[in-house]
Design a protein around this ligand. Structure first.
Ligand SMILES: C[S@@+](CC[C@H](N)C(=O)[O-])C[C@H]1O[C@@H](n2cnc3c(N)ncnc32)[C@H](O)[C@@H]1O
Length: 270
């Protein structure tokens, strides 16, 4: 476990990545640092984070959380390169909207959709801020590996609730917080970080810096409840077939057999 208060563990996949440093959270520097990371790196480093994948080892094809989206209005929070929008466009959603903090990601997403004969309304803004989205408008709001970047989880969930119609559905995925505490070392799973520690850190990934914090599961659950959502389903199982199709002897696959690496929540606005 960390002894130096300045040093923090950051785990991606099976092991520790980059050298993470504790920081005081300042919204503007988080926006600046993270939008610049996504402008430069896009989704390249982090991998399996577009629908039908919710993240490593969890897929919409198995979980079927959305059901039939044809004729429905959908908003994606943190749309990245637009492939998840494409997934819903091809399933005949009537309207696609998206918010992302990175201008470059939005440019990529718009181009990608155009090349697929689809389109969406794009807004470049932090998800935490007022950005002109309509209230009581959407049937679904969803987010694939983007919600955790918010600097204000409760405020973001309150905004998302305001965009949804009554009984509208909110689905999001993120790294499971237990996965962010445990690394594989010498064929053993080792607790490297305190589960309760939600403080912010900055980390260099592939020579570019990101700022984030790892929140407890209860922080997500309680923030949903405060924003007026009821949780209908939560997924934290790693799919055996998906583990097998990767390299089932890899450290990451071994880890995924023992603990959840991705979680997905489906909630409904009351
Ligand atoms: C891992 S990617 C999501 C990938 C996306 N699911 C896809 O289908 O391509 C995370 C995205 O969240 C965006 N993001 C990060 N912080 C954000 C914030 N505060 N508000 C809105 N978007 C943010 C990034 O620019 C990035 O495009």
């Amino acid at each position: 476990m960390d002894k130096n208060p300045l040093y923090k563990t950051n785990i991606i996949g099976a092991g520790e990545v980059g050298s993470a440093i504790s920081v005081d959270m300042d919204k503007d520097s988080v926006y600046k640092t993270n939008s610049s990371y996504w402008d430069i790196k896009g989704n390249d480093f982090l991998g399996a984070i577009v629908l039908p994948l919710y993240g490593s080892f969890v897929s919409e094809e198995k979980c079927q959380l959305f059901g039939d989206v044809s004729g429905k209005k959908l908003l994606e929070i943190g749309c990245g390169n637009g492939q998840s929008l494409q997934y819903h466009g091809e399933r005949n959603a009537s309207e696609l909207w998206a918010v992302d903090i990175s201008e470059k990601q939005i440019e990529k997403a718009a181009q990608h959709l155009k090349s697929c004969g689809l389109s969406a309304e794009f807004i470049c803004a932090p998800m935490e801020e007022e950005c002109g989205l309509p209230a009581d408008y959407f049937d679904y709001v969803y987010s694939i590996y983007a919600i955790g970047w918010t600097t204000d989880l409760e405020g973001t969930f309150r905004r998302i609730a305001s965009y949804l119609k009554k009984n509208g559905v909110f689905i999001f995925s993120w790294s499971h917080p237990i996965h962010k505490c445990v690394a594989v070392e010498n064929d053993m799973l080792v607790f490297k970080k305190c589960y309760f520690d939600e403080s912010w850190y900055s980390v260099a990934l592939d020579e570019n810096v990101l700022m984030l914090s790892d929140r407890k599961l209860s922080t997500y659950v309680n923030a949903l409840s405060k924003a007026g959502f009821v949780i209908e389903q939560m997924i934290e199982e790693s799919d055996e077939e998906m583990i097998g199709s990767r390299n089932k002897h890899s450290d990451f696959a071994q880890k995924a057999k023992m603990l959840p690496v991705t979680f997905v929540i489906k909630a409904r606005k009351l």
